[in-house]
Ligand binder design. Structure first.
Ligand code: GDP
Length: 212
């Protein structure tokens, strides 16, 4: 039996206007404190170079996150405060081919701290996956970890503008199938370049914020 599709069309309910965005807090050291919880936070995680900074910038309508040509080694958690009410949280990227074992362990420590100390304030975790490739081992490891932690992410398939319609359809079928092994809430195909999927992400954010 085919599972229920995870990419159903959502209706756009309540658009949120971005009135202000500030880089409120950078968590760099193990003792750095998380900011005030406010109305909650929406976190973004993915392999480095998956297009996370570009997606955050597209969502916020501003260049706030740093888009790099060379996948960096940033190991910080960046809190972007939106409208003085809630945060978009940029978690460090993983899985970059040239990182050392030490880097990977550091990444794990930072994320582990986030998951153990802060998910109570997290409304949704957006896990970004490159739409063009097969699911990587490091992505699969993250999804397994999230399953264990009981976190059900929304998967944002990035860079769909690089695919033809036929390829996109094939990749969506592929991801629906391969991701059915994990608990995920939904799949949202995105392009920061063409601004696709951004309204759906906003839809999720406004839906969650209106639950209170
Ligand atoms: P991050 O390392 O996950 O933050 O990824 P970046 O946002 O820095 O993007 C990595 C590379 O992918 C950059 O060269 C971006 O210009 C490119 N990129 C990101 N998003 C898109 C997209 O939606 N479409 C296309 N065509 N390229 C993208």
């Amino acid at each position: 039996m085919k599972q229920e599709s995870k990419i159903e069309n959502q209706k756009i309910v309540r658009p949120i206007k971005v009135e202000s965005v500030e880089l409120e807090k950078i968590i760099a050291k193990p003792n750095d404190k998380f900011p005030e919880p406010l109305q909650g936070e929406f976190a973004f995680v993915g392999r480095s170079n998956v297009g996370k900074s570009s997606l955050l910038n597209a969502i916020l309508g501003k260049k706030v996150a740093f888009v790099s040509k060379n996948p960096g080694k940033t190991r910080t958690i960046n809190y972007y405060l939106v409208n003085h009410k809630f945060y978009l949280v940029d978690l460090p990227g993983y899985g970059y081919a040239r990182t050392s074992k030490k880097d990977r362990e550091e990444w794990r420590k930072v994320i582990e701290r986030y998951f153990s100390e802060r998910t109570w304030n997290m409304k949704v975790l957006f896990a970004l996956v490159d739409s063009r490739h097969e699911l990587m081992e490091s992505d699969a490891q993250l999804f397994e970890w999230l399953d264990i932690l009981g976190i059900e992410p929304i998967v944002a398939l990035t860079k769909i503008d690089k695919l033809s319609n036929t390829e996109l359809k094939r990749q969506i079928d592929y991801f629906e199938d391969v991701l059915s092994a994990y608990k995920i809430k939904r799949i949202i195909p995105c392009s920061s370049l063409k601004k696709e999927g951004i309204d759906r992400i906003w839809n999720v954010i406004s839906e969650e914020l209106s639950k209170e």
